[in-house]
Design a protein around this ligand. Sequence first.
Ligand SMILES: N[C@@H](CCC(=O)N[C@@H](CS)C(=O)NCC(=O)O)C(=O)O
Length: 211
Amino acid sequence: MTITFYDYAVAPSPRRARIVLKEKNIAHETQEIDLMTGAQLSKEFRKINPNATVPALKLEDGTVLFENWGIALWAEEIAPNPSLLGKTATEKGLVASWTAKIDFHGTLAFAEAFRNTVPQMKDRALPGVRNFAQVPELAERGFARLRDFLGDLNCQLENSEFVVGDNFSLADIWAITILDACRWIKVAPGEEHQHLQDWQERVSMRASVKL
Ligand SMILES: N[C@@H](CCC(=O)N[C@@H](CS)C(=O)NCC(=O)O)C(=O)O
């Protein structure tokens, strides 16, 4: 049995797992789940991932990993090089800290802004099997939080090549996928975010990250 990666090419979350798999050169086949037609909610896909979200990764023994964090931990264990979670104890701690911070202040802020504004997400303000109505106030808060997020990330990148020191890590993957998705809602680093802009250009040239 081969490893099957359930993807949706344009969405930011499965892109994270896709970058991890590419960086680590892990062989797999890909199955596209078209979120625009609601394929994630089909009976067939919910048998694979009852959470009705992508990414999902079916391993050779049939186990399904259904969260990016889980996929990244598994990948680091089976293919340690290149390391994406940090090599030393301190690096590991910093990569986990930054990735969690980016998730909370970046991913969630983006989701608040995006899912509560676009008409296609009407009554789909949260992913998953249950429907939730859009809340305009949450979108407003999301946009405000994103502005702070860009500023924080710009400061962090003032003195380092990557989010955590000299090595490309999971924290960079989390950040670039959100930053690129932010274009959909017309949020982008401004001239006051020069370090962030330089980093975005640098990281976007990696083979695994290229769109
Ligand atoms: N916590 C999940 C989040 C996955 C997620 O929210 N994926 C979105 C695509 S970016 C999804 O599947 N959305 C389905 C929907 O909106 O119904 C992870 O990062 O692994």
